[in-house]
Design a protein around this ligand. Structure first.
Ligand SMILES: Cc1ncc(Cc2csc(CCOP(=O)(O)OP(=O)(O)O)c2C)c(N)n1
Ligand SMILES: [Mg+2]
Length: 555
């Protein structure tokens, strides 16, 4: 076995399903081994940001490792933004980069693709990964790879591995099997009892769930915990779609941009249990009031903050397991709180945050608004079932908050444009199910060309472009400026040229017809160019903008 094969086997054993990548001369040796061995399928795309976005989306959706393989310098540095997003949003992506050979740096020449120093790339990736290594010694490579991949899995953050181009075929022992880090059972027990006691003594306990619940594959356990605790549950903005079937779910917390009753219940809770929630401005930015830390229990990033106490090295899964075990030990008698433990009409918030999403799409000659698209998608999913959904940022993501909760990936916190199309392509590749991509016209201009790879890759996603001829999310904050006007782009014509089928829709009737036709045709991607009514906004974006305005003016 050689070093590249050892790495590929280790990735596959730890849940990777494919390698997304673009090679270069520093990467040719290891790309050749990826292709010739077939240990993991190689999926090449056209531009490295898309490689990173596709690997990230595959990891998030499947809850396993994503793999992004690139060349040194121009390739790897092209992908830094996508990996920064994966880091910020806790997605376990393994970056593999080719590099100059172990003896190439010593001839006094600057090497092509080199930035400031030969190790500048390594240093830049240290800023957007939780662990890194240069595999420059086949004797130590197996242990090093095991350590770095363990960091990726346990911290659910990207990692970086660099392979000098003279070593990919070097003989190498297999990588040791994954062994989870040990945890201190007494510390986990003490933490769980502290949390339970606070939830038990609270008059208005609430639970909020975030992305880590999916990243660590414990969604079912958390739904059970919520039922057993009998406390109302909300998701964070980024956690949208979690616990979709849990009877405890009250809705999605959006601060000033969301349901007032639900926001008030969260912000005034005297026992708020945050499980796997990233404490970001997009999750809490437009809050009516700052959360009172004394009343918050926040489990994230292998730490649990209970008031001003911090419990270190407490994996989220271990905490949830211990909480359930304590409840099994007869604690539930004390825990029977009003809430979703009873019948649905006992629920603390009576489903306040569960917006009544629009249905009953009107297929007439009226202009198309984001709310119309939400209604059409709710009708469509009710008839045809859910599809894996990838959304870019922009009003398409806010519109999804009016769509019944379904499995989806979107960069709700780091919020880089360009994610949607490559992410949706990655979803169909990694799940083998046809995906739906929601993307604004501005974001489509960044990575939409990747659709030209669909025929070669054998995928046929449905792409819905929210075409408002504008960077509308920016325009709403500066309506007096003109630079957000993007002019007229014919995205349907672009689709035809890239091997797909384009549909233009300027009325609601044309939109309904386009989606019906797109769903009926398989074998090539379908792009629906939905021409939106000028400056029309989704209700959630409108409330978000209003909330930010009030928040900024101190109201
Ligand atoms: C890679 C990157 N560069 C710039 C920006 C900054 C931005 C945030 S929102 C936005 C406009 C999005 O326009 P689009 O047409 O896609 O969607 P919509 O607002 O609904 O009309 C920009 C430019 C971000 N977030 N990422
Ligand atoms: Mg736009």
């Amino acid at each position: 076995m050689n070093l590249t094969e050892a790495l590929l086997h280790a990735l596959k054993e730890r849940g990777a399903k494919e390698v997304y990548g673009i090679p270069g001369d520093f990467a040719l040796p290891y790309f050749k081994i990826i292709e010739s061995t077939g240990i993991l399928p190689l999926v090449t795309l056209s531009h490295e940001p898309a490689v990173g976005f596709a690997a990230d989306a595959s990891a998030r959706f499947r809850g396993g490792l994503g793999v992004a393989a690139v060349t040194y310098g121009a390739g790897a540095l092209n992908m830094v933004n996508a990996i920064a997003q994966a880091y910020a949003e806790k997605s376990p992506v393994v970056v593999i980069s080719g590099a100059p050979g172990t003896h190439e740096g010593g001839h006094g020449l600057l090497l092509h693709h080199q930035a400031k120093h030969l190790d500048s790339q390594y240093r830049m990736y240290k800023e957007v990964t939780c662990d890194q290594a240069v595999l420059d010694d086949p004797a130590t490579a197996p242990e090093t790879i095991a350590r770095v991949l363990q960091s990726c899995i346990e911290h659910s953050r990207p990692v970086y591995l660099e392979i000098p181009r003279d070593l990919p075929a070097a003989p190498c022992a297999p990588v040791p099997a994954f062994a989870a880090s040990g945890t201190d059972a007494d510390a986990v027990d003490a933490c769980a009892r502290d949390v339970l006691q606070r939830v038990q003594s609270a008059a208005l306990p609430m639970m909020m769930v975030g992305v880590e619940v999916r990243r660590y594959g414990i969604e079912d356990k958390v739904a059970l915990l919520a039922e057993r605790l009998g406390v109302p549950v909300v998701t964070s903005f980024m956690g949208r779609g979690l616990l979709a079937s849990a009877s405890c779910l009250e809705g999605t917390y959006l601060g000033m941009a969301g349901d007032e009753t639900l926001s008030e219940a969260v912000e005034s809770s005297d026992g708020l249990l945050l499980l796997g929630v990233i404490m970001s401005d997009t999750n809490f930015g437009v809050s009516g009031s700052q959360l009172d830390r004394r009343r918050v229990m926040h489990a994230e990033d292998r730490q649990v903050r209970v008031g001003y106490h911090v419990y270190h090295d407490i994996p989220l899964g271990a905490l949830v397991d211990r909480l359930l075990a304590l409840l099994d030990d007869g604690q539930e008698a004390d825990m029977a709180l009003s809430g979703c433990g009873g019948s649905s009409d006992d629920r603390a918030l009576q489903g306040a945050g569960l917006a009544v999403n629009p249905r009953g799409f009107m297929a007439d000659a009226a202009d198309i608004t984001p709310t119309d698209i939400a209604a059409l998608l709710n009708d469509f999913f009710a008839s045809h079932g859910a599809m894996p959904v990838a959304s870019d940022i922009g009003d398409c993501l806010f519109t999804m908050l009016s769509v019944d909760a379904i499995p989806m990936v979107a960069p709700g916190y780091y919020a880089s444009m360009g994610f949607g199309v490559p992410a949706g392509m990655g979803l169909q590749i990694t799940t083998k199910e046809r995906s739906l991509i929601l993307v604004g016209d501005g974001a489509f201009q960044m990575t939409g060309m990747e659709l030209g790879n669909c025929t070669r890759l054998g995928i046929d996603p449905i792409v819905l472009v929210f075409n408002n001829s504008s960077w509308e999310m920016l325009h709403v904050f500066q309506p007096e400026t003109a630079y957000s006007n993007l002019g007229e782009w014919d995205f349907a014509a672009v689709a035809d040229g890239l091997g797909g089928r384009g549909h233009r829709a300027a009325t609601r009737a044309e939109l309904a017809r386009a989606l019906t036709q797109a769903h009926a045709e398989r074998g090539r991607f379908q792009l629906i160019d939905a021409r939106l009514a000028p400056h029309s906004l989704s209700p959630t974006l409108a409330r978000f903008v209003e909330g930010v305005r009030r928040f900024s003016s101190g109201q």
